[in-house]
Structure formats: structure tokens, C-alpha cells
Design a protein around this ligand. Structure first.
Ligand code: KG4
Ligand code: ZN
Length: 341
């Protein structure tokens, strides 16, 4: 019998549902929430409401596009956390209710583990290069910056973590300082393409081990801009591309320094990236350059699986289904996980 998973993702500001059958993706529907743009960041209460509005049509669309009957679904995988509690509650409650009505089990998924497993989503008639275990994964998103040692589909260890802001937050906060809309990461990426990356120099953290810190960069960027605007009120407009290129380079340098350290200490040659920031073209180019020089086997996910999506939740659910790892109907979402993964 075919193993069919409906995945549901609602941890932040994207409502998504996907169907994976025997490891192959049949559909992946994502509803973004534009409402947050005018507030310069995600407003949790508005996110929960938007999930409530979106979840039924999004799940319906995923089932329709997959061309399956809902009776074929073996189990429903949902994001248990980490994320915004109100947002997670919508997906969790919906998954429970639908599973009860279909008399099928539910599977809890850790959103971070799912980002890593996006490398294992199979697409029909498409060759997918998968990293071999154990591999290192640089997981960089709006909420997390981690270096993970991935031993198996469901066995991962956090080697390094951010002690304050995540890399995506650094992109978004610096973008906001120069007047760009939320989420600023993709806009910085675009503007950086026509800028000079070593025009401005910003501070880098001095932290031991594999941990990250990005709050110092944000502060140094803020003060630098404030001082320059005092001298020239048009400073931002006149230097936007160079500012974007320089701040992007700083973030990439910070990410790469620790990743290279972890690679050296573990000796692992298979290196993957995941999470929203892994869509960044500067980061991708730099990683390709380093990988070529250092003979790493580099794995970069398809763009559609970098930012939040339910396909990654469904593939994680699929691997848990293979181990009969189901959740109880009394499960509750978790905004944070103590061990991070
Ligand atoms: O993984 P994700 O969708 O959500 C979380 O789990 O946090 O990541 C969203 C983050 C945002 O901070 C966004 O600005 C960043 O990913 N991002 C980018 C790019 N695309 C998305 N950052 C830099 N360059 C990009 N091209
Ligand atoms: Zn995410």
C-alpha cells in the first residue's frame, strides 16, 4: 500500500500544505501573508488569524493538486514547533481534527529538522542529489542560525547556535534600517548584486566555538547609518546597493567562518544548507567557491524548499511514518524546543 502523507506548516507567517507519496512530492501549496509588510515584521496575532483564514483552502488545494482522495492519506504531519504559539495552534488543531475525522494517525514534526530534510524531497522524473550521512548542515532562517551534525533522517545534533539574533533577522533588521520592506533578506540580495561588497566594513563577533551572534552587526550598522545621515541626509539613497552588498558580505563571512571551522574539526566533506537565508545568491556563490577549493560535496536546496513550506514537513512525516513514530491526540505545540532540534 502507498504511504501518503499530508503535511501542514503554520509556524510563522506562511500557511502551507503538501502531499508526499512514497517520498515523492505530489503538491506543495503556500499562502504568504502580505499583511505583515506594512508593520515591518510578523505580527503574531495577525499571523494566527491569517492561518485560520488560509488553512482550509490551502489544504483543499494541496489535496486537489495531488490528485488524491483524502481517504488515501496514511497520516497527517504537522509542525509542532518551534515557532509562534498562536500560529502553531492553528496547524496543530487542524491536523488533529482532520485526522480524527479520517481515523488516521498524526505525526509531530520539528520545523528545524524539516528544513534539513528538504534535501530528501523526491520529485518525479528529476534526479535529486542527496547528501550522505553524516553531513553538516548550515541551517539559516528568520528564526535560527545553526550548524547541525546530521547523522540520520531523525538523528541530528546542534553543534553551533546563535546566542542572539538569527542570520535572517540580521538581514531583515538591517533592511528595515535602510527603509526596505519586510522581509528584507530577498531585497538586500537583489540590491547587493549591483553594489560593491567591500565599500563599508561592519563589526564581526568574536565568539568561541561554533556559535553565532548577529546583534552586534545590527547595532554597528544602525550607528553607522545614523552618523552618516547626520552628515548627508541622502546617504542611504545614494549608497543603497553598496550598503546591501557590504552588509550581506559581512553576514556571509560570519556564517562561513564557523561553518569552515566545524568542517575542519569534524572532517565531514558533505555540506548542506537549508532555511530561508539559503536562498541568498551571495551565500550560494560563496559556498560554491569554497566547496570547489576545499573539495566539499555541496548540497543546495531548490529555491521552493528554502523558505517555509509544507513539503519539508511532509517528507519529515514520511520518515517518521516509516518508523511508526506517531503523536498522541493530546499533543500541544511548542514555541521552543530545549535541545533546539
Ligand atoms: O525559513 P524561513 O522562511 O522562515 C523561518 O523559519 O524563519 O526564513 C525566512 C527568512 C527571512 O528572514 C528572510 O529575510 C530570509 O529568510 N530570506 C533571505 C532570502 N530569502 C529569504 N535572506 C537573504 N537572502 C534571500 N534571498
Ligand atoms: Zn523556517
Amino acid at each position: 500500500m502507498k504511504k501518503t502523507i499530508l503535511g501542514i506548516e503554520s509556524s510563522c507567517d506562511d500557511t502551507s500544505a503538501a502531499v508526499i507519496q512514497d517520498g515523492f512530492l505530489l503538491s506543495n501549496i503556500i499562502a504568504n501573508q502580505d499583511i505583515h509588510k506594512k508593520y515591518g515584521g510578523v505580527v503574531p496575532e495577525l499571523a494566527s488569524r491569517a492561518h485560520q483564514q488560509n488553512i482550509v483552502p490551502v489544504v483543499r488545494a494541496a489535496i486537489k493538486e495531488a490528485k488524491i482522495n483524502e481517504k488515501e492519506i496514511s497520516a497527517i504531519a504537522f509542525t509542532r514547533g518551534p515557532g509562534l504559539l498562536g500560529s502553531l495552534l492553528v496547524g496543530t488543531s487542524f491536523a488533529k481534527g482532520l485526522a480524527l475525522s479520517l481515523n488516521i494517525p498524526i505525526i509531530e514534526v520539528n520545523h528545524l529538522q524539516a528544513h534539513v530534510l528538504s534535501h530528501f524531497i523526491k520529485i518525479k522524473n528529476k534526479q535529486n542529489e542527496e547528501p550522505k550521512f553524516p553531513f553538516l548542515c548550515l541551517l539559516v532562517s528568520g528564526g535560527h542560525s545553526q550548524i547541525l551534525l546530521v547523522r540520520d533522517f531523525l538523528n541530528m545534533e546542534v553543534l553551533g547556535n546563535t546566542i542572539d539574533d538569527a542570520a535572517g533577522e540580521a538581514f531583515d533588521k538591517c533592511a528595515k534600517i535602510i527603509g526596505l520592506e519586510y522581509p528584507g533578506g530577498p531585497l538586500i540580495d537583489k540590491l547587493a548584486k549591483s553594489g560593491i561588497e567591500d565599500r563599508f566594513v561592519f563589526s564581526k563577533p568574536k565568539i568561541k566555538g561554533f556559535d553565532y551572534s548577529f546583534s552586534g552587526l545590527k547595532t554597528s550598522f544602525l550607528y553607522f547609518i545614523r552618523d552618516e545621515i547626520e552628515k548627508n541626509k541622502d546617504f542611504i539613497e545614494q549608497n543603497k546597493a553598496d550598503l546591501c552588498a557590504s552588509v550581506q558580505k559581512t553576514i556571509i563571512d560570519i556564517l562561513l567562518d564557523k561553518l569552515m571551522l566545524a568542517q575542519k574539526e569534524t572532517g565531514i566533506m558533505d555540506i548542506a544548507i537549508a532555511g530561508g537565508v539559503s536562498a541568498n545568491s551571495g551565500l550560494r556563490d560563496r559556498l560554491k567557491f569554497e566547496a570547489k577549493n576545499r573539495n566539499w560535496n555541496l548540497f543546495i536546496p531548490a529555491f521552493e524548499f528554502t523558505t517555509d513550506n509544507a513539503a519539508m514537513i511532509a517528507i519529515n512525516g514520511y520518515h517518521k511514518l516509516l518508523k511508526n513514530d506517531f503523536a498522541s491526540q493530546s499533543i500541544t505545540p511548542l514555541a521552543r524546543f530545549n535541545n533546539g532540534i
